[in-house]
Design a protein around this ligand. Structure first.
Ligand code: AMP
Ligand code: ZN
Length: 464
């Protein structure tokens, strides 16, 4: 059997994956807080762990891998959204989950995880875990609020390598006087907001974020499992606190992070054109924005796999164009080809070496260059590429330089007409585009266009 080596944040080295039960390899990945469309950065862990899921299924057999990825459907941001919009919490979370699945599964071709637990469906397990922590002296209740007692966990900080002293020194905000230690964190807090308040032994309230994952992972995967993943911003405090809660609830407080999950994996962050994505810089995109702008989901997926997951990734328009060209070429090559029966050992080995997806893309390039279409198709499937799910976009007609220049000229004329309040002329140009099969879309960054399958160059030429 292929030896899979993965970098373990907990030990800071690559380790051989030795499943606790090879007939049920278990992985938990922290999923989204559901109040808005997922942004491009959120898609990185989804695609990276999808490739790990595919690799595990390939090596151990699809029926022997269990993958859980949660939805945090109770959170301050969701409540704030409900209050700002006057909508019900449940309405917002249902809608956002639907969007998430449209964008990540249909849009980016990720396989649905085995379990997609919603936090609000595991309140009983969370409350039971908090009660166990209180009974063992690891948590305490004050005024309807329950805190985890970090000092009761002798190895608190085991994942991030932080010490309590170091963490307290960094503490600058006002400390809640009810806390025994400034680093104590919330397990349960009072709430009276409709849709975000649930009965508990401490009164109506809602769970803290960290306890959700401890309780759902225990329920779905057991007390110990193989891999726990997420973005590196989750190492502290989220994963640190998950480990503290789970180990203390399970009576393993003197142990290390492996007492919860054997391997802890974290992806690095994604940036856009060298800068942190932010709304104020105007470089903040949701996956839906990109799909709507005509960037194929397969191209987004390729981009996200072109940088190793432990390296910061820079999203640039130039790389998007290159990825699109590559995939278009590959798709042309494999069209009508049956995939080879076997995948290449070298490709599996590259993925088994801490998910070396850039190396796999280089290997696929090599197969394409040599015209080995059947092989290319079979191996690309391990990366979720060149399958039917994400195909079809490559058949849309491509604009040559003449067509592009003509469209840009007409768009400029339309803009000028609008500025001059000549709306009849602006509308006529838009209708002309529609008739010629040029789809235009006005976005905050300007007007974008693409050719529809029924694009007719003669009609475009006739426009003026
Ligand atoms: P959130 O909904 O904010 O809890 O994030 C969901 C997932 O996306 C977590 O695993 C985060 O670590 C990850 N994530 C958030 N922002 C980025 C980013 N810019 N690059 C990569 N991963 C990110
Ligand atoms: Zn989590």
């Amino acid at each position: 059997m292929t030896a899979i080596e993965l970098y373990n944040t907990a030990t800071r080295r690559k380790e051989r994956l030795k499943p606790l039960d090879p007939r049920n390899v278990r992985i938990y990945v922290c999923g989204p807080t559901v109040y808005d469309r997922a942004h491009l950065g959120n898609a990185r862990p989804v695609v990276v762990f999808d490739v790990l899921f595919r690799l595990l299924r390939h090596v151990y057999g699809a029926e022997h891998v269990t993958y859980a990825r949660n939805y945090t459907d109770i959170d301050d941001k969701i409540i704030a959204r409900a209050e700002a919009t006057g909508r019900k919490v449940r309405e917002i979370t249902d809608e956002t989950i639907r969007w998430y699945e449209e964008d990540m599964e249909a849009g980016l071709g990720t396989l649905p995880p085995t379990h997609k637990p919603r936090a609000t469906e595991y309140l009983g397990q969370m409350i039971a875990m908090i009660e166990r922590l209180i009974a063992k002296g690891h948590a305490y209740a004050v005024d309807g609020e329950v805190f985890f007692r970090v000092r009761s966990d002798p190895r608190y900080g085991r994942l991030s390598g932080r010490t309590l002293e170091g963490m307290r020194a960094g503490e600058r905000v006002e400390v809640d006087p009810r806390k025994e230690d400034p680093m104590d964190f919330v397990l349960w807090k009072p709430s009276d907001i409709e849709g975000a308040a649930f009965p508990s032994p401490w009164g109506m309230g809602r769970p803290g974020w960290h306890i959700e994952c401890s309780a759902m992972a225990e329920e779905l995967l057991g007390e110990r499992f193989d891999i726990h993943g997420g973005g590196r911003d989750l190492i502290f405090p989220h994963h640190e606190n998950e480990i503290a809660q789970s180990l203390c609830a399970h009576g393993l407080e003197s142990g290390g992070a492996e007492g919860m999950a054997r391997i802890w994996m974290h992806n690095e962050m994604l940036q856009v054109e060298g800068k942190k994505m932010s709304k104020s810089l105007g470089n903040f995109f949701t996956v839906r924005d990109l799909l709507d702008r005509g960037i194929p989901g397969e191209v987004i997926r390729f981009m996200l796999l072109s940088t190793h997951y432990r390296k910061p990734m820079d999203w640039t328009e130039a790389k998007v164009r290159e990825a699109e060209e590559t995939l278009r070429r590959w798709r042309g090559l494999v069209e009508g080809t049956e995939p080879a029966a076997e995948v290449a050992m070298a490709v599996v080995d590259a993925l088994a070496d801490d998910l070396n997806t850039p190396l796999v893309l280089a290997q696929l390039h090599e197969m394409a260059r040599a015209g080995r279409a059947a092989e290319l198709k079979a191996n690309a499937a391990l990366m979720g590429l060149l399958g039917d799910e994400l195909g079809g976009w490559e058949r849309a007609p491509q604009a040559g330089a003449d067509v592009a220049a003509r469209i840009e000229k007409l768009l400029a004329a339309r803009l000028a007409a609008r500025k001059a309040k000549d709306f009849a002329r602006a509308d006529a140009i838009r209708e002309g585009f529609t008739a010629a099969g040029v789809v235009i879309k006005d976005t905050p960054e300007g007007t974008v266009w693409e050719l529809a399958p029924d694009f007719d160059p003669a009609k475009l030429e006739a426009l003026d």
